[in-house]
Design a protein around this ligand. Structure first.
Ligand code: SF4
Length: 438
């Protein structure tokens, strides 16, 4: 016999779709079907049922093999590693709930760690720009119901956020819009002809790394001022056409991704994109929103900011919070060989960081907390598998528009398996003893 759990939240990307239906066995131990999710979200749920799943912590032996240990021993190893280190790095946090993030930051404060999340390699530049000049934003619900001008700049939701267009931005029937793409104008700015670009009314195939100039040129076109014949590979006539489309809408939105946050000019691109949004508000209503990747990277920034005042790359090694991205951020700390222990939770730097940084992680005492076997767990000394957040344990996560959403537990984790938060509480309590604070 089975039962269907409704209104389930998908813990994969920053869209945090909250309309999933998941079929589970009556005893809540097995998950059999997932409805409404995209293929990536479905895989996340089904992966929890994998036959080869690691269900107990594993400590690497001298010959490279793994030895299974208890959660208590794993917590002891982790607490000792962090307490002994002069400057540990605690990285990740974007694929776990806010409750676990909060406990992890308590540990970071006690051991004087550098604590950083995946924004350091994606939308950290956005956060810097927001600190520079603020951000005129809105919710995804407002976009669904009101927006008739949609710009995707340096992002490819058709692949990275597969239900974004159908739930919020292009295809839904909004309260003040008609149904589908006909009621909206879709503009894509991308050097590549992506699957998202193929759907656009206008595709501006900007030259790689020249987003700043194009953003600036659209502002010039808004004022009907002089433009050179071609800017960033785009003819002036096309730029004026896009400016006119934006001006003539009732409500517009710029969604932007790593194609603009991590290319030449970085945070200055986002300064200019926000300035363009502000400028467009002289003609109509316009908003701007980052396309956040990991499902709770936004929450990680929120929780860090509540606790330490800064949203990422926080250095607590001097006993107070310092924030200087480019100096206190993870890649820089690893590249300079400045940290002496590596703790990873809720992300996979082994798969995404420069190889020199991954080699550095492999040299350090290291712990990886992750339900999956990943390239990071592969180079770490201790791998602690945990329950899947949003599948086997609930908790709070922040959607890309900063709306907090409570995730639901739909199935039990394997018997005896701890959640991120439960494991971190064990580590925190032991670190307190080791530091004489208990
Ligand atoms: S779009 Fe994102 S949140 Fe929605 S189902 Fe797909 S992976 Fe999950």
């Amino acid at each position: 016999m089975t039962k269907t759990v409704t209104d389930v939240v998908c813990p994969f990307c920053g869209t945090l779709c909250d309309d999933l239906e998941v079929v589970v066995s009556d005893d809540g131990k097995q998950l059999t079907e997932v409805y409404n999710a995209c293929v990536i979200g479905t895989e996340k749920f089904l992966h929890s049922q994998a036959k080869d799943r690691v269900t107990r912590p594993r400590l690497r032996q001298e010959d490279g093999s793994w030895k299974e240990i208890s959660y208590d021993d794993a917590a002891e190893y982790t607490a000792q590693m962090l307490a002994k280190a002069k400057k540990p790095l605690m990285y990740g946090w974007s694929s776990t709930n806010c409750e676990a993030q909060s406990v992890g930051h308590e540990i970071a404060e006690m051991v004087g760690a550098c604590v950083d999340n995946t924004a350091a390699v994606c939308h950290g530049t956005t956060l810097i720009a927001v600190q520079d000049i603020g951000i005129p934003s809105c919710t995804l619900g407002e976009i669904k119901n009101r927006a008739d001008r949609i710009l995707f700049w340096g992002c490819n939701p058709a692949h990275a956020h597969p239900r974004h267009m159908s739930r919020y931005s292009i295809y839904p029937r909004g309260f003040f819009t008609g149904k589908g793409q006909k009621s909206r104008k879709m503009i894509v700015v991308d050097p590549r002809v992506t699957d998202t670009a193929k759907l656009a009314d206008v595709h501006l195939q900007v030259e790689q790394g020249r987003d700043y100039e194009l953003l600036n040129a659209i502002r010039v076109a808004l004022n009907n001022e002089w433009l050179p014949d071609v800017v960033a590979g785009i003819p002036a006539q096309k730029i004026r056409e896009v400016a006119d489309i934006c001006k003539s809408g009732r409500f517009g939105i710029i969604f932007f991704g790593m194609g603009v946050t991590q290319t030449l000019s970085k945070n200055h691109n986002i300064d200019e994109a926000i300035a363009l949004t502000k400028h467009l508000n002289e003609f109509t209503k316009f908003s701007i929103m980052p396309m956040r990747g990991h499902y709770n990277v936004t929450g990680s920034g929120e929780v860090l900011a509540w606790q330490f005042g800064f949203p990422y790359s926080v250095d607590l090694s001097r006993g107070f919070a310092r924030y200087n991205p480019g100096d206190t951020s993870t890649i820089d700390l690893l590249a300079r060989g400045e940290v002496d222990a590596m703790f990873t939770l809720g992300s996979d730097p082994g798969a995404h960081f420069p190889i020199s940084c991954v080699k550095q992680i492999a040299k350090l005492p290291s712990v990886c907390i992750d339900p999956h076997q990943t390239p990071t767990s592969g180079v770490s000394k201790l791998h602690v598998p945990v329950a899947f957040c949003g599948v086997e344990v609930g908790g709070n996560a922040y959607r890309m528009d900063n709306v907090p959403i409570d995730m639901r537990k739909v199935v039990d984790p394997p018997a005896g398996m701890l959640t991120d938060e439960e494991f971190l509480i064990k580590v925190r309590d032991r670190v307190k003893q080791l530091k004489g604070a208990a």
